[in-house]
Design a binder for this molecule. Structure first.
Ligand code: HEM
Length: 456
């Protein structure tokens, strides 16, 4: 294969020596895969086609007129950094297995997708990841989605304009089954946060040299080979140079009120007082609200959000094995499992997620995370993280418990928490915290190359 996906060296995309094959790959790759695209405002449309020719024409037109390449995106990021020149909005297209069928692809074509989980679709996998029954999902996701269209920008207007245009151009045979609206939230330091109030999106596998160069790497190497997220696009004109990525979308509702009550109850039961009370939440997430890793510090604070750490010197007396970031990235093994997360928060709320309001002032539903991630293998990355790590109470050590943030399934066994940070004394066995994140539906997609979309 001309493009070597296994190369460990981060991609020097603007180097004069960039080889022609890699350049062609970047010219035909969708943005937001190798490097996160700004999507402070995000619109997500779920579409069903019902007519081969019309569905193909619709996607082709979007690809021809509104989609930029990964290369163009990287250039825009550079131009913004150098000259504050504003970039163009992000438009991404993912196609489900049902979508490929509806666009006229044969069973033989579908067999060219190496990922069996993609070929199954999310509904057939609920047993494998302990998801709620499909009848409990939001209606849109119960139906057969053919494509997802993502529109993202730093401002609302361009997103709204493109959304309107795509809805207007939809052929008569097609339907929008549903849509989601994402909007970023930030803390006073300017870092993106999720609805429980914690800094999110900090730890990522990085592929591009400019991003890798900025990171300290004494303990944790954030650089990953392209094979972590890219696969050959099997239906593209030139699969050796045209690449895509498997995309998982999950709507995850957050009961913020319940989570805030849990934080307080845990602080009470561990006897954490005053400035130490915030540690209760950090034991669940693995980071304090401001992003400080609890394996490094007993209290929040300390400038930029650190990602150069491992859990090697921590037997669970600082960050429990169940802590969300420890479950989902143990750091001393399983590097291949890490996905490129590209989620965004959804839902409006009147309270400030960052302040110290009491739990009663918090929303108990209708807000959450549109979880999105790029994978080269859904089964060994997303599903493995969710089932073999987050949902597994014996992962890393016996009776460590489910991931308190995203774990799904029966939480029978009791767990212990460190009472004093960094000291061996553990709490008496404690009931696991209740599940506060509920999956409301989703689908697996493939984000094909631009070359595929333009050839439709
Ligand atoms: C509503 C649901 C979720 C919430 C509130 C949440 C919250 C967070 C937070 C606050 C962080 C720390 C920020 C960072 O290190 O970047 C984080 C990291 C992470 N989350 Fe989640 N998350 C959710 C869902 C998921 C799901 C479904 C998965 C995968 C199955 C996942 C996988 C990860 C991974 C891999 C990391 C990075 C860990 C690391 O590299 O240190 N998260 N999440």
């Amino acid at each position: 294969m001309p493009v070597d996906l296994t190369n460990e060296r981060p991609l020097a995309w603007d180097s004069a020596t960039l080889d022609a094959d890699t350049k062609k790959m970047l010219d035909n790759l969708q943005p937001n895969i190798l490097r996160a695209h700004v999507r402070e405002y995000l619109s997500v449309l779920f579409v069903r086609f019902n007519d081969v020719a019309e569905g193909r024409r619709y996607l082709r037109k979007i690809a021809d007129t509104k989609m930029k390449s990964a290369l163009r995106h990287l250039q825009e990021v550079r131009d913004f950094a150098n000259a504050r020149r504003r970039g163009t909005p992000y438009v991404g297209i993912g196609i489900s297995k049902a979508g490929y069928r509806d666009l006229g692809h044969s069973v033989d074509d579908m067999r060219k997708f190496g990922d069996l989980v993609f070929r199954d679709g999310m509904k057939r996998r609920i047993g494998e990841v302990s998801d709620p029954p499909v009848e409990e999902w939001d209606r849109c996701y119960q139906r057969e989605i053919h494509a997802v269209i993502l529109i993202g920008d730093s401002e609302r207007e361009p997103v709204e304009a493109l959304r309107k245009e795509f809805l207007r151009d939809l052929p008569g045979s097609a339907r929008v089954l549903g849509e989601e609206t994402g909007q970023g939230m930030r803390n006073p330091a300017g870092d993106g946060i999720e609805h429980f109030g914690y800094v999110d999106g900090r730890s990522q596998p990085l592929f591009v040299k400019d991003e890798v160069d900025k990171e300290p790497k004494k303990h944790w190497n954030p650089a990953f080979p392209l094979s972590n997220v890219l696969v050959a696009d099997p239906l593209a004109p030139d699969p050796d140079r045209h690449f895509g990525s498997y995309f998982v979308f999950r709507k995850l509702e957050q009961n913020v009120r319940a989570f805030k009550e849990i934080e307080q109850n845990l602080a009470d039961s561990l006897g954490l007082a005053d400035g130490d009370r915030d540690r209760a939440g950090a034991l669940l997430v693995g980071r304090f609200k401001d992003g400080t890793p609890v394996t490094l510090k007993a209290k929040a604070g300390g400038g930029t959000v650190v990602n150069d750490f491992t859990f090697e010197a921590d037997e669970g007396s600082k960050c429990p094995f169940s802590g969300h970031i420890r479950k989902t990235n143990p750091r001393s093994f399983g590097r291949d499992v890490l996905m490129a997360r590209r989620g965004q928060t959804y839902g409006r709320r009147s309270d400030d997620p960052w302040d110290d309001s009491p739990p009663e002032a918090r929303p108990s539903g209708e807000v959450g995370l549109l979880f999105m991630a790029f994978n080269s293998s859904l089964i060994s990355q997303f599903e493995f993280t969710q089932q073999s790590w987050a949902n597994a109470p014996d992962f890393e050590a016996p009776s460590t418990g489910h991931d308190p943030v995203i774990g799904q399934g029966d939480r029978e066994i009791k767990v212990v928490f460190p009472k004093v940070w960094g000291k061996p004394g553990m709490s008496p066995p404690h009931r696991q915290v209740a599940q506060t994140v509920t999956m409301k539906g989703g689908e697996y997609f493939f984000m094909p190359s631009l070359a595929y979309l333009r050839a439709l």
